[in-house]
Design a protein around this ligand. Structure first.
Ligand SMILES: *Cc1c(COP(=O)(O)O)cnc(C)c1O
Length: 256
């Protein structure tokens, strides 16, 4: 009976998809446990409480099924660096109620989608973007937690506000009350020398301290990625952004 055979084939395909999902979830659970253990170890080595360091899974370059598997393990917030990619995944996974965190360089013309879809932006780096977000957030009638991305690395390819501009920038952000400034974010220099990497993280912590002296309270420091999070935790990171150590390698052009 052809219809019976078609039904069997559909059933077989569904079983294969379910088995694939389970295998992915098992692999992901193992990598998540490993990352959490390494975060705990870095905290112990630094004399810190692991509860002070949040894990932000970075799902850029991975599909909605992978995020679904991660959500089944209890992960609720996901970092994405392209708004277009974020929008596709947010639509595909709408029923899960996940929070999307923008961590990549943001064009001003993406402010509308960000105001609608993002739970937070960690890559605020210029007033023009702050103004665009403020306008769109007023229309959506919401406030948006933001971190300011600071360029702590000498590499020309890296984004972010120059450290010397941070004080004035924070003062100007008072004009944009829909942005709730909670801290600083940085991407360290890509270097084999741990001292150079760590110097970037130290600079971000010192900037937070000097801003506190000027009355700007910035509790959160988002710093540390798969390759360098232990150094970031040693320098006071409150949030590590982990992609490849959790989800596996990405294609080369999906790097930062
Ligand atoms: C891709 C990315 C990460 C995660 O990088 P991994 O090395 O895969 O852990 C963290 N932060 C930003 C801003 C990124 O773009």
């Amino acid at each position: 009976m052809p219809s019976r055979r078609a039904g069997d084939e559909r059933h077989g395909r569904r079983l294969a998809v379910a088995a694939g999902m389970m295998a992915m979830q098992t692999a992901l659970a193992a990598r998540l446990a490993d990352v959490r253990a390494r975060i705990d170890a870095a905290c112990r080595a630094a004399g810190r409480d692991p509860a002070e360091v949040a894990l932000l899974p970075v799902s850029k370059g991975f599909d909605a099924d992978t995020i679904r598997a991660a959500a089944a393990l209890g992960l609720r917030r996901f970092g994405e660096n392209r708004v277009q990619e974020l929008a596709v995944k947010a639509a595909a996974l709408a029923e899960l109620g996940l929070e999307w965190v923008v961590i990549g360089h943001l064009q001003t013309n993406k402010a509308r989608d960000v105001a609608r879809l993002a739970g937070e932006v960690q890559s605020l780096d210029r007033l023009e973007l702050a103004a665009a977000l403020q306008r769109r957030l007023e229309l959506e009638d919401r406030v948006l937690p933001v971190l300011i991305e600071v360029k702590t690395s000498p590499e020309p390819s890296k984004q972010g506000l120059p450290p010397a501009s941070l004080g004035d920038f924070l003062a100007r952000l008072a004009e944009f009350p829909r942005l709730q400034v909670e801290g600083l974010m940085t991407i360290a220099e890509h270097s084999a020398d741990p001292a150079r990497v760590r110097a970037c993280f130290r600079l971000l912590r010192q900037l937070r301290e000097s801003m506190a002296a000027r009355g700007h309270v910035l509790p959160r420091l988002s710093m540390g990625m798969s390759e360098d999070f232990a150094l970031a935790i040693a320098e006071g990171s409150t949030e590590v952004r982990i992609g490849s150590a959790l989800f596996g390698p990405r294609l080369p052009n999906d790097r930062v």
